[in-house]
Design a protein around this ligand. Structure first.
Ligand SMILES: [Fe+2]
Ligand SMILES: [Fe+2]
Length: 191
């Protein structure tokens, strides 16, 4: 199963995206073990989380149109819903939890499942991520999953504001829910 998926991914993704994907798989497996999530499901979701990041940009836009995926101003966001559609129709994944983990891996959303949280954070902390603040999230991820997501979202929101980009309402709702449950997010480091 995994081998077949990887063979198909090799056709659609460029080499660096594939290598990123395999690092996310390893991170997702570690998190799945830590938080008692089905390892095979975590592996499949991680393998496919960026399957919508096609190396051929024209193909990406055409497929997004085929699957009726809303175009937003932020192209980074298209690959996640497109990936979920491809996972379902091309890779024949039926498990709703896996499909949602792919669909929401960039933005997160309210009421995320454990699997969704693991894929979100595995993508954020895989070893090649070098941005400021990633170390804090990396540490927290294995101590307190919700707190690590809250911090990752706060850092993402600050980055999006600074670079004048669209912030998904799903991220805002997810972050509000985490804060209302007592998570501290980025406030601990704010000056
Ligand atoms: Fe992604
Ligand atoms: Fe990714």
């Amino acid at each position: 199963m995994d081998k077949k998926i990887i063979d198909m991914l090799m056709e659609d993704l460029d080499q660096s995206r594939l290598e990123h994907t395999l690092r996310v798989v390893e991170e997702a497996k570690r998190l799945a073990r830590r938080y008692d999530v089905d390892i095979q499901k975590a592996t499949t979701a991680a393998l496919l989380h960026d399957c919508g990041k096609l190396k051929d940009n024209n193909n990406l836009l055409k497929l997004a149109d085929d699957f009726d995926i809303m175009m937003t101003d932020n192209k980074d966001l298209i690959h996640a819903p497109l990936g979920a559609a491809l996972a379902q129709h091309k890779y024949k994944i039926e498990d709703e939890d896996i499909l949602n983990a792919i669909k929401y891996h960039t933005t997160g959303r309210k009421d995320m499942s454990h699997l969704e949280k693991i894929i979100y954070i595995a993508d954020y902390i895989e070893p090649n991520r070098k941005f400021i603040g990633v170390e804090r999230v990396r540490r927290l991820a294995f101590e307190d999953l919700d707190e690590s997501i809250c911090l990752a979202m706060d850092q993402t929101i600050v980055f999006l504001v600074k670079s004048n980009r669209i912030i998904s309402l799903d991220t805002i709702e997810a972050r509000n829910q985490l804060v209302s449950k007592g998570n501290k997010g980025g406030s601990q480091w704010a000056k």
